[in-house]
Design a protein around this ligand. Structure first.
Ligand SMILES: NC(=O)c1ccc[n+]([C@@H]2O[C@H](COP(=O)([O-])OP(=O)(O)OC[C@H]3O[C@@H](n4cnc5c(N)ncnc54)[C@H](OP(=O)(O)O)[C@@H]3O)[C@@H](O)[C@H]2O)c1
Length: 267
């Protein structure tokens, strides 16, 4: 698996100059032809093989984010399936119009057939997603706790964990990665750029499973953004509403710096 990048891409991927590489950061090797290769920490054998073929992506939520991601992923050559809420009628028609090339599947089928699952439902509805069916799957938690939409949820307000840690606890066998949550869906649609573009935006990847982070990083690069490895899931606070990275269009260098600064404050 190769990523195309500039000579500076390796540095940006790992973090800003002079800053330590986060523990567990995935590696990026430069091939003789100048292309880059993302791997698991320490270049663990097997990673490249696992992500060499494009994973099938299943998206829970056929709303603004779900359909925008479906369009981007289909354009990037991925096989994509969506499942909507039980309230949504004529979903096949909707998807054929707004995300042509993606297909509709029921939740159980989607979970079984997808290599990577994206949860893109309102935060308050996240428990209605079949987490118990996600054993071993890479699960991208794109949700945000957003009281204007979700109302105030006292248990969440009182919980010191990041919201993705709360979700990960719903199935400890799922390989949960927090990502694709901190840019607006319209920014994700409007701003993809080829690797190496000086104005390319960054999207962070945090999660406790480094292979899962690397797999999601590859997808982000394919979508047209620079992936930035933020380390473990608990580091995801910086990506949540009201925190520094949320809603901001940042370069990889800026985002890596900001994540590092947040970690320093939390330590
Ligand atoms: N909007 C953004 O720019 C943006 C960017 C990044 C992340 N996010 C986050 O991504 C999530 C989705 O945002 P959105 O703007 O796409 O919301 P949205 O437009 O309301 O779409 C969410 C969709 O998920 C459906 N849904 C609810 N429960 C479901 C289930 N169990 N299975 C499948 N679908 C289900 C909802 O249906 P019902 O209406 O019937 O509940 C709705 O159609 C939110 O957590 C949000 O904070 C949003």
């Amino acid at each position: 698996m190769h990523l195309i990048g500039t000579p500076s891409a390796e540095r940006l991927f790992r973090g800003a100059p002079g800053m330590p590489v986060p523990a567990g950061a995935f590696t990026m090797e430069t091939a003789p032809d100048g292309r880059h290769r993302v791997g698991a920490p320490g270049g663990r054998a097997g990673m490249e093989e696992r992500v060499a073929e494009r994973p099938t992506i299943g998206i829970f939520g056929a709303g603004k984010v779900g359909t925008a991601l479906a369009r981007l992923l289909v354009d990037a050559g991925y096989e994509v399936a969506l499942t909507g809420s039980p309230r949504q009628t004529a979903l096949e028609l909707l998807v054929s119009v707004v995300a042509p090339g993606a297909r509709v599947a029921d939740g159980d089928r989607l979970a079984a057939d997808s290599d990577v699952i994206v949860v893109a439902v309102p935060f308050g509805k996240a428990p209605t997603v079949p987490w118990s069916a996600f054993d071993g799957k890479v699960v991208v938690d794109a949700t945000n706790y957003w009281p204007p939409v979700d109302g105030h949820i006292p248990d969440v307000d009182a919980d010191e964990r990041t919201t993705s840690e709360i979700h990960a606890a719903l199935n400890p066998a799922a390989r949960v990665v927090k990502s694709l949550n901190h840019l607006g869906y319209h920014d994700m649609e409007d701003d993809p750029m080829p690797s190496g573009s000086p104005l390319r935006r960054a999207i962070a990847v945090v999660g406790d499973d480094a292979d899962a982070r690397a797999a999601v990083a590859r997808i982000i690069d394919d979508l047209g953004f620079d992936p930035v490895d933020g380390g473990v899931l608990a580091n995801g606070r910086a990506l949540e509403p009201g925190h520094p990275a949320f809603g901001r269009e940042l370069s990889a260098r800026e985002l890596a710096r900001l994540l590092e600064a947040e970690r320093a404050v939390a330590a």
